[in-house]
Design a protein around this ligand. Structure first.
Ligand SMILES: [Zn+2]
Length: 302
């Protein structure tokens, strides 16, 4: 059984550099890089060579060592691979768990079992060949959080978000702990992601006119939604409450910034006042002059 083969096609018809005694022609040893720059007669190319049995042994040893030192199963392997098409050599991380389906930076491939990892070391089977296994390891706490997936329903639609998206939206300074991630995900961020992707119409003159025209026909509990561009992009919902508990207020406004975590909630006596406040960029600072004193002024403007 010839174990040293071309990492591209698996052929054992290969050549590599070695140190020999020039007088006796006696073989001494392979040079350090000899498996790296081998020659495959089958491919007719210089390719990396690999020792199928050696790599299998290496994976097993590294795996056993990890379990002995850590007392748990590893989550991924640090490996060297050779791409079959380009012959490019890369150091990558291969997970020992199924793919979450979300873009996962820094993970090259997913194996479900150790057996699948062994199989990657057999050339000619897939798009790459595993040629070395350096070590097994665990993900960091942050990486674990980034890989988590949350699902929730917003306005009757299923929304899926990853921990990575949530951590990116809130930024480092929020210092979200693993046990808090789900709370951040479902209560707030799923809505933000949904609003971003759903493409609500931007509040402009024709939308303002349209909303005001249908005000009379708006039923109690009905909601209108639109996008509002201030410095950041916002998602705004205005609901006709008509609830005596909030009299004289009849309309509730809930606005969510889509670029960073901030929201805004108010009640208004009329729909016109709610929209005017949006057009005045939610200005509540008495020393800052409103852009529009009245809706007429906004609508009359060229
Ligand atoms: Zn070959």
């Amino acid at each position: 059984m010839n174990n040293i083969v071309c990492s591209k096609c698996g052929s054992d018809n290969v050549r590599c550099e070695a140190m020999v005694n020039p007088n006796t022609k006696e073989f001494d040893h392979f040079t350090d890089e000899s498996f790296y720059y081998g020659w495959c007669e089958n491919c007719g190319l210089g390719t990396a060579l690999t020792d199928k049995e050696e790599i299998r042994k290496e994976i097993r040893e590294q795996y056993d060592r990890f379990k002995e030192e850590n007392g748990c199963e590893p989550q991924y392997a640090n490996c060297r691979i050779v791409q079959s098409d380009s012959g490019q050599v890369r150091d990558v991380r291969i997970m020992l768990s199924p793919d979450t389906g979300m873009a996962d930076n820094g993970i090259f491939f997913y194996c479900h079992t150790l057996e699948e990892l062994f199989a990657l070391a057999i050339p000619g089977k897939g798009s790459f060949t595993l040629t070395e296994c350096y070590s097994f390891a665990l993900l960091t706490e942050r990486e674990e959080m980034e890989r988590q997936i949350f699902k929730c329903e917003v306005d009757g639609k299923h929304v899926t978000v990853s921990g990575r998206e949530i951590l990116f939206f809130y930024g480092q300074h929020y210092g979200i702990r693993p046990e808090e991630l789900e709370r951040y995900a479902t209560e707030y961020f799923c809505h933000i992601k949904h609003y971003r992707e759903h493409g609500y119409p931007l509040l402009d003159r024709s939308l303002v006119k349209g909303i005001l025209e249908k005000e009379e026909r708006m039923a109690k509990g009905e909601t209108i939604s639109f996008a509002l561009q201030i410095s950041f992009l916002w998602h705004v919902r205005v609901t006709k409450e008509d609830d005596s508990r909030y009299a004289p207020y009849r309309y509730a406004l809930n606005a969510y910034c889509l670029d960073n975590p901030q929201c805004f909630d108010r009640r208004y006596t009329t729909l016109e006042k709610a929209l005017l406040h949006c057009l005045n960029r939610f200005n509540e600072n008495a020393t800052v002059k409103n852009r529009y004193r009245t809706m007429e002024e906004y609508l009359a403007q060229k």
